[in-house]
Design a protein around this ligand. Structure first.
Ligand code: PRX
Length: 651
């Protein structure tokens, strides 16, 4: 924890949506009692347009034997109407999406009216293909407007979308299709990032060869690069020919507030990725309300969230919250280094971006290339910066603040998760000062608690596991097809609380600092990977007998992936085998699962009951060989000496 703290400039505070007094007063009110909490959210629900206004606001019990999370349960609405139709009267020609292509010569501006028309056309086309309310539709798309159009079209007709990040492999896509039993896949011929092409359609074809994907009846293909891709019989259809001639009116499906809006797969500490289910009314209320508060949004903001739509940030804060609020959202297809590391700054200037929301991994990567690239741009339009995905180290925070933001723009460090649907902690700009690396304060209605190893809730300055002692409308409702796993993962270890899987510190001033995952989930470049998932992929390689995966410090990715591998007898620990193992894992899961270090070992440190002591492997992977803690439960302590020798020799 750094002691430095930064006040926010007086001009910013004068114009800010939230004052310190307002935050403290409303925050206290919002958590005072369940009734006060319900009142708070009833007021916030006024921000959205309901077909039928809810009268029942909150019905929540975290008791696993009598479990309920229901918000606005008798309310009815359509989410796409909130993002589109309601802006048509006053702002039809306001840009809804500014799309910046991979190559700097490409951009498109899509007004709310045009977006509405595109969504309606696709909604109608999907209905004609037999998609009904509740059916699942998988989107496997690059960062092109059709990704947002498809999400909104699903919301319009009540289909449940499952967006799969375009960087995931065919096999990862296939597993998600099998779990969700999707009817339709929407993809593109190819994706383009940094002038490199990704074979999305070919990946879909491979995924659909997997047993269990027979539910998919159609693949809709966006023409992005025009390179030839195989189109199979009646199953595959071009997006443009499908929507061509469709009406620009599409009757919105009436959705109950608790009807599912989307599934999004995310990694957990055990087993396969789980389908996080978010519902309609609570999610939208929470997304919109937090968006306004945290980003201090004004009517003329040009807001740019760099997250891919394949992640929760791309759902909530690139798509739904800005569009529901009538805010222009910028969508970027490419990468920060193409054509040069000056790209982010050039885009800010080109489109007069006012709010930039990005991840520490991108900030560190740009920082490493030096200030000169950023200084090629003027960035005078910027007024607020945001960070998300992992703890931001003070050096990166400083650079973001002083170089990207020229020392003018507050940074909102936003802590949240796929499961939470929206931000739970952040310094509301104007309501508090900033501390580099701290998520600072809970948002309205959020009651964090810190618990120690003995299960005691701690008061005052403290460090331990982070729990939430309240419900909020945007929280996930279940794991798709596996409600038991939902209860076991989040509500069983600490009865009565939501367990976040993160550790946190609360400082003397009551501010929160997230210290990182306390379970077997790795946070690589701000994206979640389960150690169990990677281990099973490594072990699936014919040369491997056993593997243990742990995180290790990584300069750019924050956390890197480190593998300790035992080979089958007769296999040789060659450099080419290591390369082959890495290729295998990247192909099975996706390039984000890159193995940054591979140590071939004869044995793993295990307890007498056979459990791998990951704590030891984590220390070794970080280059810490002393102070390995209590080794008395190790079955064979001589293993440690061998491991240290191997790691030392190769680091
Ligand atoms: O460990 C926390 C970290 O990212 C995890 C959630 O990952 P995911 O579900 O992929 O969602 C990422 C985007 C919301 C959390 O459990 N995390 C996220 N934001 C922060 C963070 N850690 C520290 N500071 C943050 N601002």
């Amino acid at each position: 924890m750094t002691q430095k703290s930064f006040p926010i400039a007086a001009e910013f505070i004068a114009a800010a949506n939230t004052s310190p007094e307002q935050y403290s007063k409303e925050y206290q009110q919002s958590i005072e009692s369940p009734d006060a909490n319900a009142n708070f959210w009833a007021q916030r629900a006024e921000l959205i347009d309901w077909i039928k206004k809810p009268t029942k606001i909150r019905d929540v019990s975290y008791d696993v034997n009598d479990f309920r999370i229901k918000w606005f349960e008798d309310g009815e609405l359509n989410l796409s109407v909130n993002c589109l139709d309601r802006h048509l009267k006053d702002n039809p020609y306001k840009p809804a999406i500014i799309w910046e292509g991979d190559h700097p010569s490409l951009h498109k501006i899509i007004s709310f009216k045009e977006l509405h028309a595109a969504v309606c056309r696709l909604g109608n086309a999907l209905r004609k293909r037999g998609v009904e309310k509740g059916d699942r539709v998988t989107l496997y798309l690059p960062m092109i407007p059709e990704a947002m159009i498809a999400m909104l079209a699903c919301a319009r007709i009540g289909a449940v979308h499952s967006v799969v990040f375009g960087g995931f492999s065919a096999e990862s896509l296939g597993n998600r299709l099998i779990d969700s039993q999707s009817k339709i896949v929407i993809t593109a011929d190819e994706g383009v990032r940094g002038n490199k092409h990704t074979p999305l359609k070919a990946n879909v074809d491979r995924a659909l060869d997997m047993d269990g994907t027979e539910s998919v009846t159609n693949v809709i293909v966006v023409h992005r690069t025009g390179n030839s891709v195989p189109m199979s019989g009646r199953r595959d259809v071009w997006y443009h020919s499908l929507v061509d001639g469709e009406s620009v009116h599409c009757e919105p499906e009436v959705m109950n507030a608790e009807d599912p809006l989307f599934l999004l797969y995310t990694s957990g500490s055990t087993g396969k990725p789980k389908g996080v289910v978010h519902t309609t009314g609570g999610y939208l209320t929470y997304a919109l309300s937090t968006f306004r508060d945290v980003f201090d949004i004004k009517d003329n903001d040009v807001y740019w969230c760099t997250a891919d739509v394949g992640w929760i940030t791309g759902h909530t804060y690139a798509t739904y919250a800005p569009l529901a609020n009538g805010t222009t959202t910028l969508m970027f297809e490419g990468v920060p280094e193409y054509p040069t590391w000056a790209r982010i700054g050039h885009i800010i200037d080109k489109h007069s971006v006012t709010v930039l929301y990005t991840a520490p991994t991108a900030i560190r990567a740009m920082m490493k290339e030096g200030d000169a690239f950023v200084r090629e741009s003027d960035r005078s339009s910027l007024r607020l910066l945001g960070s998300v995905g992992e703890p931001i180290n003070p050096e990166a925070w400083d650079w973001y603040y002083h170089v990207v933001g020229d020392g003018r723009c507050p940074i909102v460090d936003t802590w949240w998760q796929t499961e939470t649907g929206g931000i739970l902690m952040a310094p509301l700009p104007g309501a508090d000062h900033l501390k580099p690396g701290a998520a600072m304060n809970p948002l309205y209605g959020i009651k964090p608690e810190i618990i120690d190893g003995d299960g005691e809730i701690l008061q005052g300055a403290a460090e331990g596991n982070l729990l939430i002692n309240s419900s909020w409308p945007g929280q996930m409702r279940t794991v798709y097809n596996d409600h038991k796993r939902f209860l076991a993962t989040y509500f069983s270890d600490y009865p009565g609380y939501y367990f976040t899987g993160d550790g946190a510190q609360r400082d003397e001033d009551g501010h929160y600092w997230i210290t990182g995952r306390v379970d077997d989930v790795l946070n690589v470049s701000g994206h979640r990977l389960g150690t169990a998932e990677i281990e099973s992929s490594v072990v699936a390689h014919p040369a491997t007998a056993e593997a243990a995966i742990v995180g290790m410090p990584h300069e750019i990715r924050g956390t890197g992936v480190c593998a300790f591998v035992i080979l089958k007898s007769g296999e040789e620990a060659t450099k080419s085998l290591k390369t082959e193992l890495n290729r295998h894992v990247r192909a099975e899961i996706g390039p984000i699962a890159n193995l940054d270090a591979i140590y071939i070992v004869d044995a793993l440190p295990k307890t007498r009951s056979g459990k791998i002591m990951r704590r030891i492997l984590r220390s070794l992977a970080a280059g810490k060989y002393d102070g390995l803690g209590d080794l008395s439960t190790l079955a064979d302590s001589s293993v440690i000496v061998e491991l240290i020798d191997i790691v030392k020799a190769e680091r």
